[in-house]
Design a protein around this ligand. Structure first.
Ligand SMILES: Nc1nc2c([nH]c(=O)n2[C@@H]2O[C@H](COP(=O)(O)OP(=O)(O)OP(=O)(O)O)[C@@H](O)[C@H]2O)c(=O)[nH]1
Ligand SMILES: [Mg+2]
Length: 313
């Protein structure tokens, strides 16, 4: 690859339907990778902001007026024909119906169950990120008590993702709790992630591991679990988590929280500044937040929110 080759800025967007499906388009004949499936979008023109480019591309390629989009993920990929810096947005509201202005095909897709192929090679992690939920629920049994927590989980209508974070418990106590939570949430399709030494979790009914800052700093290769997240407090830590190929990060704390009394909060502007122009991996905003803060978190560039006390009240 010639050294002088520039990186081309590109924006792309996932139209998000309320039922959770998102749209892919096929690349037209005459462009690199014809027939491959992608998120609609294209190159940012000189002097254009990324959001303006997204709005223009959706208008040009499919006659849609984007009315609400939030920044989501940034990814650099090296193709044989060019290196691209991709900024992915999620588009929550638009006017018009997709029209194939360039002869493309469109397909609504369910996260984790794609019905079309092949995909542009840069997009695999992006497609996987769409399987993550809007909300992660962190345990804090010292405050909620075990029974209240299990009751609350049993009442869930949907498939909750739970992160067990109980640093005061020993291995046996943690194993017992994980077994109890698994019995409740796994039959309804929930996921169970544990914040602990990955070596402890062998043979446990878990879907993943959550690395604290210390374990993230010491981690040399992605642990072998379906889902691996990290607890981060800075862009440097986010970049490290992304470089290790982790699936998501928690970033906080956004608002003042009882978990970290006296420590300065990032605030929404601080969160947005940390994630600009888009996060290197999906980020769940953390710290004094609950489901009601989802829109604000997305606006700041987060994938979703992680709630602790809010989950169990
Ligand atoms: N639109 C889009 N491009 C992507 C995605 N993933 C990805 O690697 N790319 C790459 O980013 C570049 C986007 O360029 P494009 O061909 O869509 O650009 P464009 O619409 O402005 O086309 P034009 O300049 O040929 O008119 C291509 O190199 C493409 O391979 C994706 O999901 N959507
Ligand atoms: Mg395009």
């Amino acid at each position: 690859m010639p050294e002088h080759k520039q990186t081309i800025p590109v924006v792309a967007g996932a139209l998000m339907r309320p039922d959770g499906q998102f749209m892919l388009g096929s690349r037209p004949a005459g462009k690199p990778y014809p027939g491959y499936w992608e998120f609609p979008g294209g190159k940012v023109e000189a002097g254009e902001t990324p959001l303006a480019a997204l709005v223009r591309e959706f208008q040009e390629e499919m006659g849609i007026t984007v009315t609400h989009a939030t920044p989501w993920l940034r990814r650099v990929h090296h193709y044989e024909h060019a290196s691209v810096e991709l900024l992915f947005y999620r588009i929550w509201a638009w006017q018009g119906e997709p029209q194939p202005h360039e002869g493309q095909a469109f397909a609504w897709q369910q996260p984790g169950h794609l019905s079309v192929k092949p995909m542009l090679p840069a997009n695999d992690p992006i497609l996987r990120s769409l399987q993550l939920p809007d909300v992660l629920n962190l345990t804090c049994i010292a405050e909620t008590g075990r029974d209240a927590l299990l009751d609350k989980l049993a009442q869930h209508q949907d498939a909750p993702w739970v992160i067990v974070r109980e640093p005061q418990k020993n291995r046996e106590q943690l194993a017992a709790l994980v077994g109890e939570i698994s019995e409740i949430i796994h039959p309804r399709g929930g996921k169970l992630i544990v914040n602990a030494d990955p070596a402890w979790l062998k043979g446990w009914p878990v879907d993943g591991v959550q690395l604290n800052s210390q374990r993230l700093a010491a981690c040399e290769a992605r642990p072998h679990f379906a889902w691996v997240g990290a607890s981060c407090h800075s862009r440097t830590e986010l970049d490290r988590a992304a470089a290790l190929g982790l699936d998501y990060a928690l970033l906080g704390h956004v608002q003042a929280t009882a978990s970290h009394p006296g420590q300065a909060a990032l605030g929404w502007d601080g969160l947005a500044a940390c994630l600009a122009p888009a996060a290197p991996l999906p980020v769940f905003a953390l710290g004094g937040l609950r489901t009601a803060n989802l829109d604000a978190a997305r606006q700041a560039g987060a994938h979703g929110v992680a709630q602790m006390r809010g989950a169990w009240q």
